[in-house]
Design a protein around this ligand. Sequence first.
Ligand code: FAD
Length: 306
Amino acid sequence: VFDVLIVGGGPAGAASAIYAARKGINTGVLAERFGGQVLDTLAIENFVSIKETDGPKFAVALEQHVKEYEVDIMNTQRAVKLVPGRIAEVHTATGAVLKAKTVILSTGARWREINVPGEKEYRNHGVAYCPHCDGPLFKGKRVSVIGGGNSGVEAAIDLAGIVQHVTLIEFGGELRADAVLQRKLRSLPNVTVILSAQTTEIHGDGKKVNGLSYKDRNSGELHRVELEGVFVQIGLVPNTEWLKGTVALSKHGEIEIDAKGQTSVPGVFAAGDVTTVPYKQIVIAVGAGATAALSAFDHLIRSGDD
Ligand code: FAD
């Protein structure tokens, strides 16, 4: 029986593992892909105290740091079910059942993709998902933002201050973002908004992005925009499908937590992008992972059943 079983091996899970193991308690990490989303990125320039690194390097550093401690890492294992209880159970896809006194859920999230030709080919070569992360790479260039909800409009406003020009492309007939954001967007001289537009393809020269095509959904006509970057902002999907019916989830499917990382189920904590935490960033996930581990430890010493 683990004192703490962490499900998810991204930045949040790694931080939880280090904080838990340093308390001298029996700690396990179950992860489908140790490293998490950072494995899918190149430059990381906003992890405070590390001026510049890249995703794969950062993931290796996470794993090496965790391995400094006595942590049972179970990589390439997917959790499919959580059964809460005084001793909780986590069932894996291979049929194993792991038991733990406390559980930390840190299964992260994934960006919703638009699934058009060119998106996968040019990911990290002009196709980006995170304006806070990759915006500065497009300084002085032309970009488009796909998606006119709050995150798309926020991204367009943010990028307009860095890049030469932003074309915001919305599928529907109007933007879905809050009115105050839409007003701000419309006041910016270097932003063009295109409504009722379905992105059909992201073009490139074989190495990097050089254009985007969309279909005008009213006329059916195809148009091409010349640009160097495309930010896809059509939603972040939390990896909580396997948790439905166990812990309370928000309407977006994120795990609801309080300031201590406590979920709706006693002894079950959560951290990082999988939760309702407002900003999805590595440095934030790492802090949340530490919080959840300290809360789990607090729970263990108060439950006094060991
Ligand atoms: P994740 O990193 O998503 O890790 C989740 C973990 O859970 C993984 O190990 C996964 O395999 C595992 N998992 C999921 N489901 C299961 C399951 N059912 N069973 C077992 N394991 C499971 N942030 C920055 O701060 N700076 C950047 O420059 C930056 N660039 C980015 C670029 C890209 C392309 C992307 C996609 C994200 C970027 N981010 C960046 C965001 C950052 O990667 C995330 O905020 C961070 O990784 C969140 O950490 P996490 O531990 O909460 O989740």
